[in-house]
Design a protein. Structure first.
Length: 493
C-alpha cells in the first residue's frame, strides 16, 4: 500500500487465552516493531513463564530513539496452555486512513498486503474453559470494593430513596447514611495514614513521574516477573538495566543486559560502577532475583542454604550498597523489594526460603526508617511486594488445590501494581492475592486459625512433588524434563 510502512513477524497465538491482545499507538507513527516474549521460532516457550505479552517500539521516520511516543500493550494470559496456533502477522500503519491495521495469514508478504481481510489488534481469542474456572475470591473482592465498599456507590442508596419520596427519618435512609459516614471515615483515615507514611501534603499532589527520565535496574530480569516487568517498562520509554546470570530475550532497544551474579558483592560492585559510567545513576532499583530449593530442613545442604540467602537476601544488601548512595545524593529514587507471603507465614519444605523472605520484610522496614530519620531522604520511596504463588518457572511444580480461596498469580498480576506504585511516586506495601492481607493477623490469632488456614491451602504439602527448575548450580546438573505434550507443543509454567 502506498505510503504505508510495515513489518512482518511470526505470531504464536495461544489457543486458550483469557485476555484480549491490544496494541495502542499514536496516529503520528509510521512503523511498528513487535517482540513476542517467551516464544521461540518453533512455537515453544523459551521459559516456562505463563505470560504471553506483545511488546514493541513505535517511532516515526526521522525521529530519534529518545522521541518515542505512546505505546501500550495488554498482555494475554495463559492458563495451562500447551500449544500455540502459528500465524503470519503483517502490521502496517496507513497514513491515508490514520489507522493501524494488521493482516493475519500464513502466506507471503505480497499476498498479505493485497488481502482484503483486515483485522485490528483488538481481535479477541476466547477461552473455551468454563467461566467458573476463573472465579476466585479476589474477583468478588474487586466487585465489592467498587460497590458496597465504595463511598461513591453507597451514596446513591439514600439519594435513590429520597428521590423516590422516602422521608429523611425513614430507617432505610438513616441506616444507609450512617453506613456511608462510617465508610467515608474509614477511607479518609486510610488516605491520611498513607499521606503521613509518605510525609506528603494533602493539599498538593506529587509531580507525575517522567518515565523517559528513569533508569531502572532489575535483578533477576531474564525470566518470570522480572522479564515481563523489564519489557513493560521498556515500552514506556524507560531505560531498563537487567542484572542476571543469563541474558533476557528481548528486542527492545532500551533494555540493557549486564551479566552479574547479584549474590556476589565483588561482581555487583564492579558492574554497578560500569553502569553508572556508561548509562548513568539509576533512579529505580527493583530487587527481584530469587531462588528456592524446595527441601525439608534436614535435606538442605550447606550449599543450598548459602545459595538461598545469598540470592534472596544478601543480594539486596549488595545492590543497595551499590546504588543507594547515588539516590541519597539526589534525594530521589524508588526501591522495590520483592519478598513473599512466605516471609509473613512460613510453611513446611520451605524453611530456608521463608526465612530469607522474612529478612527482606524487616530489611524494608529498617531501610524506610533510615531513609526518613537518618539520611533525611523521605523522597526516596520504598515499595514492599509480598505475593503468593506466582505461576513462573520458579514454582512451576508447586500445587495449591484450592484455587478459589488461594488463587495463583500470573506475572502480569504482580507487574501491574508495581508499575502503579512507581507511577504513584509513593511508598507502598503490595499484598497479593487477597488472602495475603490476613496473614499478618495469624500471628496474634489463636493457633487453630492458622492451622485451619494452612489446611485449606494444603500449604504444608504443596511442595511435596517440587522439582527445582531455575537457579540450579553446576553440581545439581541440568533441570529435568517435565512430563507434558511434545511435537510442537509448548510447556506451560
Amino acid at each position: 500500500m502506498e505510503n504505508d510502512q510495515g513489518v512482518l513477524v511470526d505470531l504464536y497465538v495461544p489457543r486458550k487465552c483469557s485476555a484480549t491482545n491490544r496494541l495502542i499507538i499514536s496516529k503520528d507513527h509510521a512503523s511498528v516493531q513487535i517482540n513476542i516474549v517467551d516464544v521461540d521460532a518453533n512455537g515453544r516457550a523459551l521459559s516456562t513463564s505463563t505470560t504471553f505479552a506483545l511488546c514493541g517500539q513505535v517511532r516515526s521516520q526521522g525521529e530519534s530513539d529518545d522521541s518515542i511516543n505512546r505505546l501500550a500493550t495488554k498482555a494475554g494470559l495463559l492458563r495451562n496452555v500447551w500449544s500455540y496456533q502459528k500465524y503470519r502477522l503483517a502490521i502496517f500503519w496507513s497514513r491515508r486512513v490514520q489507522s493501524l491495521y494488521c493482516i493475519v495469514d500464513d502466506r507471503d508478504v505480497p499476498n498479505l498486503l493485497s488481502d482484503q481481510t483486515l483485522l485490528t489488534m483488538e481481535e479477541e481469542y476466547v477461552d473455551p474453559s468454563p467461566i467458573w474456572d476463573s472465579l476466585d475470591i479476589d474477583l468478588f473482592v474487586k466487585v465489592a470494593k467498587n460497590t458496597i465498599f465504595s463511598p461513591f456507590f453507597v451514596m446513591l442508596i439514600p439519594t435513590f430513596y429520597l428521590f423516590q419520596g422516602a422521608h429523611i427519618h425513614d430507617f432505610t435512609v438513616i441506616s444507609s447514611s450512617i453506613y456511608l459516614v462510617l465508610l467515608s471515615l474509614f477511607w479518609a483515615t486510610k488516605w491520611l495514614s498513607h499521606l503521613k507514611y509518605n510525609k506528603a501534603s494533602f493539599l498538593y499532589a506529587p509531580r507525575p513521574l517522567e518515565w523517559s527520565d528513569q533508569i531502572v535496574v532489575i535483578t533477576g530480569g531474564a525470566s518470570g516477573v522480572g522479564e515481563l516487568l523489564a519489557n513493560t517498562l521498556a515500552v514506556k520509554s524507560v531505560t531498563v538495566i537487567v542484572l542476571d546470570v543469563k541474558p533476557i530475550q528481548s528486542q527492545n532497544y532500551n533494555i540493557n543486559f549486564y551479566k552479574c551474579d547479584v549474590s556476589n558483592w565483588e561482581e555487583v560492585d564492579a558492574v554497578s560502577k560500569k553502569i553508572i559510567e556508561e548509562i548513568g545513576q539509576p533512579t529505580i532499583l527493583i530487587n527481584n532475583a530469587g531462588v528456592v530449593q524446595g527441601k525439608l530442613l534436614l535435606d538442605l545442604t550447606p550449599e543450598d542454604v548459602k545459595q538461598t540467602f545469598n540470592v534472596n537476601t544478601l543480594a539486596h544488601f549488595w545492590t543497595l550498597k551499590a546504588f543507594l548512595p547515588g539516590m541519597i545524593a539526589k534525594k530521589k529514587g524508588h526501591i522495590v523489594t520483592v519478598a513473599s507471603v512466605m516471609g509473613i507465614h512460613g510453611v513446611a519444605q520451605m524453611t530456608d526460603y521463608c526465612a530469607s523472605k522474612a529478612a527482606l520484610i524487616n530489611l524494608n522496614r529498617s531501610l524506610r526508617s533510615e531513609l526518613d530519620k537518618r539520611y533525611n531522604c523521605p523522597e526516596i520511596r520504598t515499595t514492599l511486594v509480598c505475593a503468593g504463588h506466582i505461576h513462573t518457572q520458579l514454582f512451576a511444580t508447586l500445587n495449591l488445590p484450592n484455587q478459589f480461596l488461594f488463587p495463583q498469580l500470573h506475572p502480569i498480576d504482580v507487574v501491574k501494581p508495581i508499575i502503579q506504585a512507581l507511577d504513584d511516586t509513593f511508598s507502598h506495601t503490595i499484598l497479593l492475592p487477597f488472602y495475603a492481607n490476613f496473614l499478618p493477623w495469624l500471628g496474634v490469632l489463636p493457633h487453630w486459625v492458622s492451622d485451619i488456614s494452612t489446611w485449606l491451602a494444603n500449604a504444608d504439602f504443596a511442595m511435596s512433588n517440587f522439582v527445582k527448575l531455575s537457579g540450579r548450580r553446576a553440581e545439581e546438573g541440568p533441570a529435568p524434563e517435565l512430563p507434558g505434550p511434545t511435537n510442537g507443543h509448548a510447556k506451560s509454567d
